[in-house]
Unconditional design. Structure first.
Length: 51
């Protein structure tokens, strides 16, 4: 499987957080999957750059 292939996985989150993330993805004009991927990548990249 190519490294950029998409795979599904489940996480359990509070209902209110799910609602906020869904609204944020709509506001960003991105699919929910694309939004979550971007936000997670940004967060991990920032943490990797910290000394």
């Amino acid at each position: 499987m190519p490294s950029d292939a998409k795979r599904q996985f489940s996480v359990y989150l509070p209902a209110e957080l799910i609602r906020r993330v869904k609204h944020a993805s709509v506001d960003a004009d991105e699919s929910l999957s694309a939004y979550v991927e971007r936000v997670l990548e940004d967060h991990l990249r920032q943490n990797e750059e910290r000394p």
